[in-house]
Design a protein around this ligand. Structure first.
Ligand code: DON
Length: 318
């Protein structure tokens, strides 16, 4: 039985948040469900026991439990923050028109979703939409676009993020499906730069290393209307945060987004290396890391942890 708080405009006192984080870590530490992703070969080597939970308050305080010093590649969670940077650069209307904001109802790496929708990537959270979104970043070529992404994601985290070269190499050598998706986008005339350049920039953004603390701070920046609580620096506008969170609510957990909203009620984004960020607007964000995944590619301990904290802290938006 998970304790349930009433929904209020603010988080409970710091000491009870800390206790709840310790409780949830202890509760799910020994859970043995799901399996580590292996379609990117080097990810199969991840330690399935790693488990870290961080909560960054929009107002600044930070709470942690578990292996919070573990670094892992951000993978699909990057899509949320690249969307924010692109929306800031090109505007709400253009994102709507060029990429789309509706759920595909299909897995994140679906090729058939593109074919069924006349080449529209549908939303920026599936791989097709993320590659198209990355191509919309400011910068004359793929390399310049990636540089802007690395700088922007570092501003969200409040510290410089660097690439895991081993994961980058492993994914670059095995991402045939994403290559197919990028080429298909080109065949539908949806990319303004060469497919390989867009794909390389996207693969690089997925290989940036973060900790659960970084995810929490990045999410808390969206929760705080675009100002990073760690640095006090504005990263994007409040309107961009609203747009980004709306897309996370409908598409952040892929074809499971409906169930996630039904159970947890928070905009969120997952990644195949086992990270999840869940954002409570105005309050803060939870960053979780645990490599074993369910069949949709979402961290099993991450899902349980977010469900627990949403209920116990009264975070559900509805
Ligand atoms: O493109 C890919 O397949 C990976 N770089 C990212 C996929 C991912 O994280 C899906 N999320 N659960």
């Amino acid at each position: 039985e998970i304790p349930q708080s009433a929904r209020t405009g603010s988080l409970p006192a710091e000491s009870s948040v800390r206790t709840l984080l310790r409780d949830v870590h202890e509760r799910y530490r020994d859970l043995q469900e799901g399996s580590v992703a292996d379609y990117i070969p080097v990810l199969a080597e991840a330690d399935p026991d790693l488990f870290a939970v961080s909560l960054a308050e929009a107002a600044g305080p930070m709470h942690t439990a578990g292996d919070t010093s573990a670094l892992f590649t951000i993978q699909s969670i990057s899509k949320a923050f690249v969307l924010a940077l692109v929306t800031d650069a090109i505007g709400h209307e253009s994102v709507h028109e060029i990429v789309g904001v509706n759920n595909t109802g299909l897995p994140f790496n679906s090729v058939i979703a593109l074919e069924l929708n006349n080449g529209s990537p549908m939303n920026p959270m599936v791989n097709a939409g993320a590659i198209a979104t990355t191509a919309l970043m400011p910068g004359r070529d793929g390399a310049a676009k990636f540089e802007a992404i690395q700088e922007g994601l570092s501003a969200f985290a409040g510290r410089p993020l660097r690439i895991d070269e081993t994961v980058l190499e492993s994914e670059s050598a095995s991402n045939h499906r994403n290559r197919g998706i990028a080429d298909l986008l080109t065949s539908y005339d949806r990319l303004r730069i060469p497919a390989q350049e867009a794909l390389d920039a996207y693969t690089r953004q997925c290989s940036l290393l973060v900790s659960s603390d970084d995810l929490a701070v990045m999410g808390a920046t969206l929760a705080a209307g675009g100002v990073n609580p760690r640095t006090g620096r504005r990263v994007v506008s409040a309107e961009v945060c609203r747009d980004t969170l709306a897309v996370l609510a409908s598409c952040g957990m892929y074809e499971r987004s409906g169930e996630w909203m039904f159970e947890i009620g928070l905009p969120a984004k997952s990644g195949v290396s086992g990270g999840i960020v869940a954002v409570a607007p105005g309050k803060g964000a939870v960053g979780v890391f645990s490599p074993p995944l369910d069949r949709a590619g979402n961290s099993v301990r991450g899902l349980r942890t977010c469900a627990y904290l949403s209920r116990a802290l009264g975070l559900n938006l509805f």
